[in-house]
Ligand binder design. Structure first.
Ligand code: FAD
Length: 410
């Protein structure tokens, strides 16, 4: 039985791993090594309520600063890890300290993908992953009149909504032909394009960025087609890169993230990995992929802790995600890749509907719910159960969502 467990990273997955280890009865030493200089906090509000100024830092933190010690967790936010010595079973911090482990959990998350073009280092060009970055963006938004957002993914669109609420003029520049192209189906993309347009956002799709312009700070965005967009502030939201270099250097197998098995285990029996830095198998869909979500971080952390403790693994849930933009809550259960039928339940114009994504056999692969928590919760269960249901039943609002669940065939 392990006596000392080291967790690299001090974010969502690391916090859950520490919590779950204690819940499964681990009473040895837990050392959590972070590199952000701050105790673990939630990231989702950084592009939502926190950026808007509606909640304080204290609400983001997973625990009060003194609670870590009381829970017997040696949480060290200034102890970035430089490398892992698997043979000696120790990690070496950037300051050269060596810390021995019986089991190691890598929960290093991901970092923003950076853009490289002329003037891409100008002041006023922001990225959004950390609390410090959210604070810097917020400070600039509060002074600015206009923002250009490069990338129409969830982070870009959430920031667009906040910037509009703060009264800025907002332009979103996207290379793909539609917003959320990597993560959502065309129906949902169209819905969000219309939603943002109705709030006055200028959405420019099929647009390639060429360079930024400005003297001491950014003043405009130059597009490949020659157009120029004036902007006091820029946010670049073009995706993330998993932090798996220390794992690669240590000989842990990584293919676009750290490869983990169904227990969040790596190719080293003493080392686990969880959260954004991993590449996992999704049995429900028969594919391996990286998931970038709170649910994934929590689920994998629980799996790792259970396996270390020899406990029954937690029941897996459908992958799920949410996004808040204006007064719209999008909740997504499952993955719609491979779906051939996209059945709308409800009225899109009412801002309250769900899209059920089915394959040719009427099996529900995913559900996107807009302001429809019932459809999301029941849809999530149906996806997990690989349930089948006829499209005309889904779209029939005379059948309640509970009745609909009862009519599904597993
Ligand atoms: P993180 O929470 O990023 O934690 C990893 C930590 O490890 C970081 O502190 C990092 O600095 C540290 N680290 C890295 N390398 C080292 C090292 N060598 N040594 C020590 N420490 C290291 N998900 C949702 O499901 N819904 C949402 O609405 C949503 N909104 C989001 C909004 C924003 C602005 C962002 C940035 C993310 C959002 N996410 C959302 C994604 C979600 O927050 C992440 O999937 C989740 O935080 C992943 O947890 P993690 O522990 O893997 O990584």
């Amino acid at each position: 039985m392990a006596k000392s467990i080291v967790i690299i990273g001090a974010g969502q997955a690391a916090t859950q791993a520490a919590n779950s280890l204690r819940q499964y009865g681990f009473n040895g030493k837990i050392t959590m090594l972070g590199d952000e200089g701050i105790a673990p906090y939630q990231r989702p509000p950084l592009s939502k309520a926190y950026l808007m100024g509606e909640i304080e830092i204290a609400r983001l933190k997973f625990r009060d600063d003194d609670q870590w010690e009381r829970d017997g967790i040696d949480m060290r936010p200034n102890a970035g890890v430089a490398n892992i010595d698997r043979a000696a079973k120790m990690v070496v911090t950037k300051s050269g300290e060596k810390i021995a482990y019986d089991n190691l959990i890598i929960a290093t998350g991901s970092r923003v993908r950076k853009i490289s073009c002329e003037n891409s280092e100008l002041k006023g060009i922001h990225y959004l992953r950390t609390l410090a970055q959210s604070d810097a963006l917020k400070a600039d938004l509060d002074k600015a009149k206009s923002i250009a957002i490069i990338g129409a993914g969830y982070i870009g669109l959430e920031v667009a909504a906040i910037a509009r609420k703060k009264g800025l003029s907002v332009t979103v520049i996207e290379l793909a032909p539609r917003v959320l192209a990597r993560v959502a189906t065309p129906i949902i993309s169209q819905y969000f394009e219309n939603l943002h347009a109705s709030h006055g956002v200028n959405i420019m799709t099929n647009c390639a960025l060429k360079a930024f312009g400005g003297k001491d700070k950014v003043q405009r965005v130059l597009l490949e087609d020659g157009r120029e967009i004036a902007a006091d502030v820029v946010l670049v939201g073009i995706g993330i890169v998993p932090n798996c270099e220390i794992a690669i250097d240590a000989g842990i197998i990584c293919t676009n993230g750290i490869d983990v098995d169904e227990n969040a285990g790596t190719n080293d029996a003493n080392i686990y990995a969880c959260g954004d830095c991993t590449n996992r198998q999704l049995e429900l869909y028969g594919i391996r992929m990286r998931l970038e979500s709170v649910h994934n971080a929590i689920e994998q952390a629980k799996l790792a802790a259970a396996h270390i403790m020899g406990a029954e693994p937690p029941k897996l849930d459908t992958p799920w995600f949410w996004s808040d933009q204006y007064d719209v809550k999008l909740q997504i259960a499952g993955l719609s890749n491979g779906a051939t039928q996209h059945i709308v339940r409800g009225n899109i114009a009412d801002n309250k509907f769900a899209v059920f994504h089915l394959n040719d056999d009427n099996r529900i692969l995913a559900v996107d719910a807009i302001n429809s928590p019932g459809e999301f919760l029941i849809g999530k269960k149906l996806v997990m159960g690989s349930a089948k249901i006829a499209p005309h039943i889904i779209s029939n609002l005379d059948i309640s969502i509970k009745e609909l669940a009862a009519l599904a065939v597993e």
